[in-house]
Write a protein that binds this ligand. Structure first.
Ligand SMILES: [Zn+2]
Length: 238
């Protein structure tokens, strides 16, 4: 495998919004993730919904110290359903709670292109709200913010190892992997398979395996903002 950069990202929110809204992922899942990243000594980018950042301040402090804190809206709003003005006030409100954050991911990966300007005006440098599996191509600037798209959905990383391995073996140079804390807690069976399929210990063992696999390939693990700073110095590499 060629030289690869892996960016582990976690959307920190209540459990599978807007379907469940319990907080087991925050209480049980997030500490498990932090422990696993510590074990492997790799960094993560944690896009926090600001409303829950206010309630889980200790976890926010730990992430700020050891990883990257990013923004995932205030109360998990769908930005494509907000006017430009509404989106602006949500992002300003979230920033007031989260402080100096540079990376953004919109809930449900829904961020209209004209809204990137709001991110820029609020000091964000980089976004990961687009996805290669939804047709976005490559890494590029949008209205003054660098877009680094998601590589796989979190459902892929809950598939049996021998099936998901083919995604990991593909030759993309930059792989943004996306997870949620609630995936690492056994979720009750409900009408949305993506909200419970493969959750719990299975998902945690797979994340362990994914990190181990990329480490064995000599991949470099970066936070999203660290990647941004490397990228802008040498765009031709990616
Ligand atoms: Zn989300």
């Amino acid at each position: 495998m060629n030289w690869v950069i892996v960016i582990l990202t976690f959307d920190v929110e209540p459990d599978c919004p807007p379907f469940l809204w319990s907080e087991r992922g925050l209480k049980e899942g997030l500490p498990r993730i932090l422990e696993l990243l510590d074990k492997h000594e790799v960094p993560g980018t944690f896009f926090f919904t600001a409303k829950w950042a206010e309630r889980y301040q200790e976890l926010v402090d730990e992430i700020r110290e050891r990883h990257e804190l990013g923004c995932h809206g205030y109360a998990h709003e769908r930005f494509d359903k907000l006017s430009l003005k509404e989106a602006e006030s949500v992002i300003e409100k979230a920033k007031k709670v989260l402080g100096d954050v540079k990376s953004f991911r919109a809930p449900n990966l829904k961020l209209p292109l004209e809204y990137y300007k709001i991110l820029k005006d609020n000091g964000f440098l980089v976004d990961s709200s687009k996805a290669l599996h939804k047709g976005w191509k490559g890494i590029r600037e949008v209205n003054g913010v660098l877009e680094v798209p998601v590589y796989t959905t979190s459902l892929v990383t809950r598939l049996p190892w021998r099936i998901q391995l083919r995604w990991h073996k593909k030759n993309n140079r930059v792989k943004v992997l996306m997870f949620h804390p609630w995936e690492f807690v056994k979720m009750p069976i409900n009408h949305r398979p993506d909200c419970w399929f493969g959750t719990g210990k299975k998902a945690l063992d797979l994340l362990d395996k994914i990190i181990g696999f990329y480490k064995s390939q000599g991949a470099e693990f970066l936070t999203l903002v660290d990647f941004y700073h490397i990228y802008v110095k040498n765009k031709d590499l990616y």
